[in-house]
Write a protein that binds this ligand. Structure first.
Ligand SMILES: *Cc1c(COP(=O)(O)O)cnc(C)c1O
Length: 236
């Protein structure tokens, strides 16, 4: 499927308008919301077109794909993040290349990110991914284990928890969706109110193409939008 750059231009502005409107409904402005484009299967020139339009955050979810496109992204104007499931043995391939790893759900993974970051003399920002729908075959820490995981990670050097991320179950209606988003927001606020050393809760990453406006209205300040920007994905 050929992607038309004109479509991407149209979609980009349309999404920005929707984000601004949803932000306003949440008592915020568009500047309070990070619009991250989920760029899996999207060719680098198309990604760079979106960056030229003003997009400032991109996220990949496969290590191999990120590495294959790495030299082509316009990273002078955009922040590259990792949003997919991450295997411990692949961590070293992306540490130092990405500004934020959104999908940390175990102490083991955090320790490996720490080890690789220390080697490079950097600190890597991470989000903790929460399996908010308690779905069996999904990554993310179970909600009830979140406090324990925070406790395990807070003293690990060279990683810094910046917030939470979730991919809620696919829902039939907005009402059902809102329940998961509201729960995430409550965890986010509860943890933030504890003021734990080395844990800052400033990013709440939730909402994708079908529900990013709802997520913003429920308190998300980062949305990850793929198909609504680039068109339907074509996996080969
Ligand atoms: C693909 C992806 C998205 C975006 O999904 P769309 O429905 O295409 O907007 C968001 N988050 C993650 C982790 C993804 O892998």
């Amino acid at each position: 499927m050929a992607r038309s750059l004109d479509d991407v231009t149209y979609n980009y502005h349309h999404i920005c308008e929707n984000i601004a409107r949803a932000a306003e409904a949440a008592g915020k402005t568009a500047d309070d919301i990070i619009f991250l484009a989920a760029t899996k299967t999207v060719e680098a020139p198309v990604i760079n077109h979106a960056i030229a339009l003003g997009l400032r955050y991109i996220g990949e979810n496969r290590v191999q794909e990120l590495l294959s496109k790495y030299g082509e992204y316009d990273l002078d104007h955009a922040s590259l993040q990792f949003i997919g499931h991450l295997q411990t043995n692949k961590v070293r391939q992306i540490v130092g290349k990405v500004d934020l790893i959104q999908s940390v759900d175990s102490e083991k993974l955090a320790r490996e990110i720490s080890r690789c970051s220390q080697k490079l003399g950097i600190t890597t920002d991470i989000l903790l991914e929460v399996n908010i729908g308690r779905e069996e075959n999904k990554s993310g820490v179970m909600p009830e284990r979140l406090p324990e995981l925070l406790d395990q990670i807070k003293d690990i050097p060279a990683v810094k928890v910046r917030g939470l991320m979730a991919i809620p179950p696919i829902c039939e209606n907005a009402q059902e969706n809102r329940k998961f988003f509201d729960n995430m927001r409550q965890f986010f606020l509860d943890i933030r109110s504890k003021n734990i050393d080395n844990i800052s809760m400033d990013i709440l990453s939730m909402g994708m193409s079908d529900d990013y406006e709802e997520a913003i209205r429920c308190g998300a300040n980062m949305v990850r939008v793929g198909s609504a920007l680039f068109g339907a994905r074509n996996y080969q």
